[in-house]
Write a protein that binds this ligand. Structure first.
Ligand code: HEC
Ligand code: HEC
Length: 312
């Protein structure tokens, strides 16, 4: 047991606990981890007493030499967070989460009107969607958590990976995500962009893209999921046909299995219950783009971001 790392991790955990400590403390895996750590660190102090100064200096160096991925792995193991989230799946899950879940659970799943999912037992006890997917399909309609019965297993798995990445991001105090963004190979990224992106885009889309976002993190989110909230030509619109024959067209604010909220061209908001006889036709300018994102691997994602970051 690396004592120095252990102390660092404990600090990290304290921070997590401060944010939302009752749920974290109640998580059984965490109890076991803390107990094991306590036993091991006591043993470590006993054994390492004679050369403690030398050892901890060496260990500090090891920790400093760790790559962000290695540190994240150490955190993950220490907090019992389970296997590494699949980042490409998480990137695909992000827009699905924003569209279907964020208005209740918050953009980063930290909770708004519905609870934070960072501290959720349902999330923490899941590895790769095997538990979350059936949970999301069923929901808890009696408690205000809708059932997402019509979403595919793939989509729900992607959302699960997105949630695991949010947990990991909190566990690493927000640094992991940002540090890990520009790790790809820009030359391979350029090859990918030329082969895959140029069938829909021209060089104009990407001119100066590397300097038009505040951080590499935002750049990555920006090209994977172009923000339709800031760019009206990307907005999802819908035509809603009502039983009487009346139609309503507008920009979609919220849509789920039960309800659709659209804002019409006069700026007026309409909330429509999706009962029988209501037909909804969605026009999503980014639908093809999302389809492309479905085939993106972790490496593609890092390489493309690394390449786009060079286009200042
Ligand atoms: C209309 C609001 C609403 C939407 C939309 C919504 N949720 Fe929820 N969700 C809730 C509420 C309320 C609860 C708490 C239910 C309870 O008290 O048991 C909840 C609970 C959960 C839980 C269990 C938390 C726990 O540990 O008890 C998970 C996981 C979850 N939601 C994930 C999602 C995901 C993923 C989506 C999108 C696919 C989503 N939710 C969409 C309202 C919502
Ligand atoms: C199947 C077609 C398709 C492919 C392939 C595709 N996109 Fe897109 N993308 C679109 C559409 C449609 C839009 C909507 C706005 C537009 O026309 O620029 C868009 C928008 C964008 C935007 C936002 C532009 C803006 O004006 O805000 C970026 C950035 C972007 N794509 C990056 C990429 C990258 C990087 C790739 C390759 C990895 C890619 N796209 C591949 C169809 C595609």
């Amino acid at each position: 047991m690396d004592l120095y790392t252990g102390v660092r991790r404990l600090n990290g955990m304290k921070q997590l606990c401060l944010n939302s400590w009752p749920r974290w403390l109640s998580h059984p895996v965490l109890h076991v981890v803390v107990a094991v750590f306590a036993v091991l660190s006591v043993t470590a102090i006993g054994q390492e007493e004679p050369s403690a100064g030398q050892n901890s200096a060496q260990q500090r160096k090891t920790y400093q030499n760790m790559t962000p991925d290695q540190r994240a792995a150490a955190t993950r193991a220490f907090l019992g967070l389970g296997p590494e989230p699949n980042k490409a799946a998480a990137a695909r899950g992000a827009p699905l989460f924003q569209q279907n879940c964020a208005f209740c659970h918050g953009q980063n799943a930290h909770g708004v009107t519905a609870p934070s999912l960072i501290t959720s037992d349902e999330v923490l006890s899941d590895d790769h969607g095997e538990r979350l997917t059936p949970f999301l399909k069923a929901g808890r309609p009696d408690k205000g958590m809708p059932a997402f019965a019509t979403m595919s297993d793939e989509q729900l798995n992607d959302i699960a990976e997105f949630l695991h990445l949010q947990v990991e991001d909190v566990a690493n105090r927000g640094t992991y995500h940002v540090l890990n963004i520009v790790v790809g190979n820009p030359v391979q990224g350029e090859t990918y962009v030329k082969a895959r992106c140029m069938k829909c885009h021209t060089a104009e889309t990407f001119a100066h893209i590397g300097s038009s976002f505040g951080s590499p993190d935002q750049l990555q989110r920006g090209w994977i999921w172009p923000a339709s909230s800031e760019n009206s030509k990307l907005a999802i619109s819908a035509t809603v046909k009502q039983p009487g024959g009346a139609t309503l067209t507008g920009r979609v604010k919220v849509i789920n299995d039960f309800r659709i909220t659209v804002v019409d061209s006069a700026g007026q908001t309409h909330v429509i219950n999706r009962g029988p006889g209501i037909e909804v036709e969605i026009n999503d300018p980014l639908a093809d783009h999302q389809e492309m994102i479905q085939t993106l691997t972790n490496n593609d994602m890092h390489n493309v971001t690394a390449y786009l970051a060079t286009l200042k």
